[in-house]
Design a protein around this ligand. Structure first.
Ligand SMILES: [Fe+2]
Length: 441
């Protein structure tokens, strides 16, 4: 999308995207599950799905109707119920939440008012919140991010799978094995990290700044189930040498010895995916491992996790043109040729897929498939300014979160780019995360 898009076109695009994301949210909730399943807590780690649903509407009301359009609160009595900072996920099922029916009525009414006010809003020359429609882009991405969270809830949910069938089409290059080098070399030198111009970028992606890195090697593809299984079968979980102090504590306290959802039965390896057991697909990137497991694997393999800056340079820098790419392959929006994004499949695709999605350095699958753990703690870029509220990013800086990059198969293309930053606790395994490894040159 160009920055100086005509206002009418921009309004049409936003309205279309608002409709698309809502179709997705309802498709993961009220169109799929009975009320009892929507209000149940499927895991202590997650909210009831009906909370996510009403929360995205409440956030939309807060930002698009109150902050941007200056309207009065529609239902001030429910604000605190849907404030993620007031109630941790574990408490949410005990709150007097709106029922599924009340939730869809409420978010539908918010949406009608939003579409109405969108007709009148002026973006050009407006205050920062509305400039280039920033606040609309923020709200759209927020709902997509919750949809990915809802998919994680579906993965944790017990019982028969309710999601529709996967795309049966193999990804481009998915069936070609062995055609990709194991790692690529990234020469020393500066690159532009972050962005100062992307109208979709959150505060934590800003501003663009030069980072000078020593030379390094990074895996051309994410670590596969086959690779990770070799670590498991070599006794990697029982060998103290591969684990950091905190990682070993986690391993001892948690009792975990394999990635989440892996099952060993009848002499074979299986994985549970949305309620079904299937043979462990050895060519797919490993998924549902925490930061500590990723780090232990890397040490066992004689390597390490990339830093966040190394990841972003390998994904986004064009060393010949000295330019930054919004996506690994360039600035064209993602298609089915580039990456496994947007819940087209309910799984990652085999490592080595998507030759057309490779970065300038030849690194594949940097976007989509699995989020990738990096070794970097979450903090602000130099020159970081809070915008528009502290609770999106800043309150998480320096509090033990690790940065993840690249998005997963469940991430919508609208919330995915080479500067996008995600973060989570190093023990988290329910997210669709894997990793790739690196080494210093
Ligand atoms: Fe949220």
């Amino acid at each position: 999308m160009t920055v100086d898009m005509d206002e009418g076109l921009l309004r049409d695009l936003l309205a279309g995207e608002l409709e698309r994301v809502r179709h997705r949210s309802l498709g993961l909730t009220t169109e799929l599950l009975e009320d009892a399943e929507l209000t149940a807590q499927h895991s202590q780690l997650m909210s009831p799905l009906v909370w996510d649903l009403a929360h995205v509407g409440n956030y939309e009301e807060l930002w698009l109707l109150r902050a941007a359009a200056g309207m009065d609160p529609m239902r001030p009595e429910i604000d605190s119920l849907y404030d993620a900072f007031e109630h941790p996920r574990s408490e949410r099922p005990r709150l007097p939440l709106l029922s599924p029916r009340e939730s869809t009525d409420y978010i539908g009414l918010v949406r009608r008012k939003v579409l109405d006010s969108l007709e009148r809003v002026r973006f050009e020359g407006s205050a920062p919140l509305l400039d280039q429609a920033f606040v609309y882009r923020m709200v759209l991405q927020h709902e997509h991010q919750h949809d990915e969270t809802m998919l994680a809830t579906h993965q944790l949910r017990r019982g028969e799978r309710v999601l529709s069938a996967d795309s049966a089409t193999p990804a481009p290059g998915e069936t070609l094995r062995g055609a990709v080098p194991s790692e690529v070399h990234v020469a020393a030198g500066p690159f532009a990290m972050g962005t100062s111009t992307d109208p979709w970028a959150y505060d934590n992606e800003r501003p663009a700044h030069l980072v000078d890195l020593p030379a390094f090697y990074i895996d051309a593809v994410p670590t596969s189930n086959r690779d990770y299984l070799a670590f498991v079968e070599a006794g990697g979980y029982d060998d103290r040498r591969w684990w950091s102090d905190a990682g070993w504590d986690w391993r001892c306290q948690s009792g975990k010895r394999v990635p989440a959802f892996w099952v060993r039965d009848a002499g074979r390896w299986w994985r549970r995916r949305f309620g079904r057991l299937e043979a462990l697909p050895l060519d797919e990137p490993v998924q549902h491992v925490c930061y500590f497991e990723a780090g232990a694997y890397a040490r066992w393999a004689g390597r390490r996790l990339p830093t966040e800056a190394e990841w972003e340079k390998a994904a986004s820098w064009d060393p010949w043109m000295h330019t930054k790419r919004r996506f690994p392959w360039g600035d064209d929006p993602p298609t089915g040729e580039h990456a496994n994004l947007g819940q087209v499949r309910y799984r990652p695709t085999a490592v080595g897929s998507f030759p057309a999605g490779a970065s300038a350095y030849g690194v594949r699958q940097m976007l989509g498939d699995v989020w990738e753990w990096t070794s970097t703690d979450f903090s602000g870029h130099p020159g970081f300014c809070v915008f528009p509220y502290r609770e999106y990013s800043e309150v998480f800086f320096g509090t033990g979160y690790k940065v993840l990059r690249g998005g997963s198969w469940a991430t919508d293309p609208l919330a995915c780019r080479t500067t996008f930053r995600n973060w989570d606790y190093p023990i988290r395994r329910q997210i669709f995360a894997g990793f790739r490894t690196a080494r210093s040159a």
